[in-house]
Write a protein that binds this ligand. Structure first.
Ligand code: ATP
Ligand code: MG
Length: 442
């Protein structure tokens, strides 16, 4: 019997009388289960998703930790460039939520070892007065602290957790640190790749702009000859059978001229005279030029212009070009639609800081898909047939609007409508009077 007891003790490591034997065994089994759970959680924590957002990452860590450590809120904090970004995860009605809190690091905490730990503790305990903050640093491969994990515990929870929990939390931080550093590196690399691609794209655009300007200048003189001569010949030909052919040549010449004009404006190689103009005048001018073209296409054009007219300082020719581009786009979008109509509306838009002269061009045409919308202002983006669109209209218009200190915006619903809104800084009565006296004096 004595022998059997000794063998059992050796096998199980439990030294006890038969009475307490089962209690101790259960305890040991529970401990082992607990350790297994901890290992499983640590394993899960090393598998942070590399492209998750920081709030998602914080919630993921919190939801794993809650299986092995007692706490009410969890905070993932990252330090970067003098700022602390804290992602506070907590459970509300069984659902994890995350709030972001950013703060500037005061200079006095710049000390060598875990400089921010105390600052972070004070900050979190001030935000959550009934909680006790337990923070551990996240270390990079080069042994620099780049962030912290913090458990916010209520008084009874912090009494429950022992030194073993604190040790476990530190161990977890060393594993999580590696994964979090990987995410940071991944973000850095992605950002670099994105910037590089943007640089390549803008270098390409600059090259295209310069080339286009050169070609446009070269083409301008022969085109003037083509246009002038074809107009002279047209006048002589009158009703001869070949007159339509000559008219074609003339129309194509006009189209080329328009493209060249756009290219020159696009590459900012043309100078324009700025003067005080009202948006209504520009609308009238644009309609004078293409209004007939629009009405023969069967479109109803309505205008709602403000009284008195709103004025701004700018290039009449360039703003007219914007309005014409918008009207022609509306016309194209209305091809084959029922009850096609275009509405032009001028208005005043004021807030505390700015005052704008606004012009909106609405059409009930085909609209723009969500996929196309972000691209329509890009140069050479066109959904039209090759012979119809160059894709420069909107990018040129946006460039002009911005050069005037204004904006060009769009709103659209596929198959319903499109509305483009041009905003230009309003020239106030006082400023205009000031301008007058200045020139009078001059
Ligand atoms: N009112 C509109 N309704 C629907 N789509 C529009 C409208 N205006 C612009 N778009 C879309 O935006 C694209 C780009 O317009 P943009 O004026 O820059 O070029 P384009 O009209 O195709 O060619 P271009 O104006 O140089 O002759 C158009 O091809 C069209 O798909
Ligand atoms: Mg266009």
């Amino acid at each position: 019997m004595q022998n059997k007891q000794e063998i059992l003790e050796k096998l199980t490591g439990i030294q006890s009388s038969r009475k307490s034997y089962y209690t101790e065994l259960t305890y040991l089994v529970e401990e082992m289960k607990k350790k297994n759970r901890q290992l499983a959680v640590i394993n899960q924590l090393t598998q942070l998703s590399i492209n998750a957002s920081w709030p998602e990452t914080s919630i993921y860590i919190a939801s794993q930790l809650t299986q092995i450590l007692p706490f009410a809120r969890f905070v993932l904090t990252l330090t970067k460039g003098g700022h602390l970004s804290s992602y506070l995860a907590s459970q509300e009605d069984g659902q994890w939520q995350c709030h972001t809190h950013t703060s500037v690091v005061p200079e006095f905490v710049e000390q060598p070892t875990h400089p921010l730990k105390g600052f972070l503790k004070d900050m979190l305990e001030a935000m959550f007065p009934d909680y006790h903050a337990l923070s551990v640093p996240l270390h990079s491969q080069r042994n620099q602290a780049f962030g912290y994990l913090t458990l916010l515990q209520k008084a009874e929870q912090s009494a429950d957790s022992d030194s073993q929990d604190a040790e476990l939390f530190s161990l977890i931080a060393s594993h999580v640190g590696v994964s979090v550093e990987n995410i940071l590196l991944f973000q850095d690399v992605s950002e670099k790749i994105k910037i590089e691609a943007q640089l390549v794209q803008s270098a390409k655009m600059a090259a295209i702009g310069e080339m286009a300007a050169g070609i446009a200048h070269e083409l301008n003189s022969p085109l003037t000859a083509i246009l002038g001569n074809s107009q002279l010949l047209l006048r002589e030909m009158k009703a001869t059978p070949t007159a339509p052919l000559m008219n074609d040549i003339y129309q194509c010449g006009v189209r080329c001229k328009k493209i060249i004009q756009n290219l020159l404006t696009f590459s900012r190689q043309e100078e324009y005279v700025f003067s005080t103009i009202s948006i209504d005048e520009v609308v009238e001018d644009a309609l004078g030029l293409i209004g007939y073209q629009l009405s023969v296409s069967g479109l109803t054009v309505t205008k709602h212009l403000t009284q008195p007219p709103l004025q701004f300082h700018g290039s009449r020719h360039q703003i007219e070009q914007i309005v014409i581009n918008l009207l022609l786009n509306a016309r194209d979008a209305l091809a084959g639609r029922e009850n096609p109509c275009i509405e032009l509306r001028s208005f005043l838009l004021e807030d505390e800081a700015h005052a704008y002269v606004g012009l909106s061009v609405y059409d009930n045409g085909e609209g723009i898909t969500g996929e196309q919308l972000p691209q329509i202002f890009q140069p050479f983006y066109s959904t039209k047939e090759r012979t119809k669109g160059t894709g420069l209209g909107l990018s040129v218009s946006l460039g002009i609007a911005e050069a005037h200190g204004g904006k060009l915006m769009v709103e659209s619903e596929e198959n319903e409508y499109s509305q483009f809104t041009l905003l230009l800084p309003l020239l106030r009565e006082e400023a205009r009077n000031g301008e007058k006296t200045d020139t009078d004096r001059g």
